[in-house]
Structure formats: structure tokens, C-alpha cells
Design a protein around this ligand. Sequence first.
Ligand code: URA
Length: 457
Amino acid sequence: MRAQELIRKKRNAGTLTRDEIRFLIQQYTRDSLPDYQMAAWLMAVYFRGMTPQETSELTDAMMRSGQVLDLSEVPGVKVDKHSTGGVGDKVSLVVAPVVAAAGVPVPMISGRALGHSGGTLDKLEAIPGFSVNLSLAEFRRALAEVGCALIGQTNEIAPADKKIYALRDLTGTIESVPLITASILSKKLAEGIEALVLDVKVGSGAFMKDRESARRLAESLREIGARMGKRVVALLTRMDQPLGCAVGNALEVEEAVATLHGEGPRDLRDLCQELAAWMLVLAGAVPALKQGRERFEELIRSGAAAKKFQQIITHQGGDPSVVDDPKRLPQARKHQELAAKDKGYLAGTNAERIGWAAMALGAGRTRLEDAIDPAVGLVVRKKVGEQVERGEPLATLHFNDERRLADAQAELAEAFVISSAPPAPVPLIFETLAPFPATESSGQEASRGGAGRSERG
Ligand code: URA
């Protein structure tokens, strides 16, 4: 087989076979295929797309490029959650302990912040001592002993994705539904899970800026997940403003901890409740979403979820006292308010700009090797739809380095739009694409909270 023939075949809108796709992925992972050929093939895929069968073969080949964990020794249905990324998205820090506290194992392999969007690993590392670098043996042990492990992608997990993602980033081939689908699912399915809840973000702070493209991605993820024998549900959720209020690593841990204590912003709590409820449904721990939501409430109210988070932190070498005393997290030395220039209603925010502002303060990175400052970031003080008085704070910036402040303020200058009339309400959850095959109980309830589209297999 010759790579140039496969590039030409895809360029001419042909359909590749399993063997052809495997050949490309295996050769590239072994460094036997040069970057320029893989880049050309990726660009052909970008323009010509892939059939669901091809996407499924690509996912499988990428998943098998490294170890596929067999967690059958851990009792229970293993379930994870993945977000396509956004600003202020600290959901994993809440749902992983809640679901583990319900007795459902959560093996979670997460990513780092890049560009305007945050990453779960950086948030966890804001907890003094917390290690996300567990070996796969330690990962298994944590899962067996605590019911949850939160780690970064190791070299053993889907190495083809790591290499291809870096190349896509440099060759303008990120925004392709089949490539994104294979990238996300190859990593997640290598974790040894049986079910997956996907939070596909839509809006200015998301990867997918509009509902149509987000839905195409969600449908692809659900279909390919099902083809690979997994139960997958995909929710399309709002990302036109930060989720919750805090943006920045330690600040987000503090807000996640507040949510685990039954406090925390309403939108964050509601989304965590819905995603956790779906995880419990897919794992078979509850018969339907309604009971899943109730279970979430109970585990928060009883303190079991907060206690589980302490156990997870302890097991991964961190200081569990941050759960009772979040002021032990890194704190920025300086603060500055961003005041509203007008009175009226907060009609909209640009979540992406808010993410870039946090990054400018040092909370994120432009390149994976950049260092971050765990203490810095910002806390929005107004959510879309709220009334604002002139001079009232719209956000509080937490920073350590005065020189970074001006850049963050410049990003924020156009990030908040104030109007004289209240904006039309926007739902937190636009749609839920129920899993294939739809469970009897989940099908009817899937549309709650959104514009009401629920699809069944
Ligand atoms: N996240 C991933 O893991 N992969 C993509 O291709 C895009 C977003």
C-alpha cells in the first residue's frame, strides 16, 4: 500500500477501507509516514469528509495505536464525561466525585488548557500536591480503591491522537467533524469505559460557535460511539458566557468545591446535575433521569460527594483540606474590578474574550509547554440577563503580575454588552441526543431543559 494513493483516493472523494485507514495510522504512529503525507491526507479528509464507517475505522485504529485498558476487574459499569471545552467549565471536578460517591466507577483521562479554554488537569494541579501523572497501574488502583481517578493522557493512551492532533493544530485541519470525533472517542474509549456522556458546547466560548455545527458533531460522536459498542449521550449546552462565575484554575476549584457543598452558581449546579444524572442512568445506577437528579441532590446534601472529592485528592497526593477551607488554594496578591460603563441589562458576553483575558493574566497557555499561574483569573460578577448599574463591577480580576493586567483589560473591553432592554432568555441545555438504543426511561425525558429535541435510535 502506498500513502500517496490513499491521499489521492480521499482527495477524489473515495471511501477508504479499514486496512487502508489502519495502514495510515499505524505507519504514522511508528514514524514511518512523514508529516507532509499525513498533513495532505488530513486536508483531503477536511474537504471530502468521511462516511460513518470510515470514521468508526479511524477511531478504532487511533484507539488501538496504544493500550486499550481492560478494567473488567473493577466491578460496575465504568462511565466518563467529556466536554468539548469552554470557559469556566469545571464540571468534571463536581460530577466525577458525585458519580463515584454513588458507587459508579469514573476513570477520567482529561486534557490541559490551550488557548482561551481551560483544562481539567491544570485545575486539579492548583490543589497543592495533586498529581495527575499516575501510571496506568496507579490509575487502576485508584479506581479500585476510591472509585475515581483523574489523570492526564499518558504516552500509552491513543498515541496516534497526540501526534495527529499536534499536526492538525499546525495545518488548519482541526475543524473537521470526523477528525474531531475520532480524536475525542479514541482517547475516551481507550480508558476502558462502557458509557460516555458528552457535553458539546455551543457559543462564543466554544469550539463550535453555532447550533448546527455542534449538532453535527454531537450526532457523529453519538453514532460512532454506538458503532463502537458504547452507550453515548450528547448534550448541546450553552457556552456564550462562562459556566458559573470563576475562570482560572484555583478560582475554579473553589467554585467546584462550593458546588459540592450545595452552593455555587445556579447554571453550574444545574448542568452538573443533568450530566451526573445521565452518567448514573447510563451506568444503570438509577432507572431514569428523575432519580438521577434526585441522587445528585442527596449526594450533595449528605456531604458524600464532598467527602469523595477529599478521598480522590488524598489518593492522588493532594491536600484534601482545600475542600473544607478553599482559602488554602493558591491566592493572587492583587485584585482589580472591571466597572460597567453603562446602566441597563447585561445583554451578552463574549466568553472567548473572557477566556483570553484569563489567559493573558497567566491562567492559560498558548503552547502546551508554557507555564501557568494557578492563582490568577477572573470572577464574573454579572450573568447575562442581570441588571447592571453604571460603575457596578462586571468582573473581578485576580492577578500577580501588573504587566499582564493591561492585556487582560484590553480583551475585556468589548467582552460585556449592556443594553437598555433585557435579552431573550437562552436555555442552558439546548438539546439532548439520547443514546442508541434509547433507554425506555430516558427517551421521554431527554428534552427537559432545552429547546426540546430528543432523538432516539
Ligand atoms: N478535542 C479533542 O480532543 N480533539 C479534537 O480534535 C478537538 C477537540
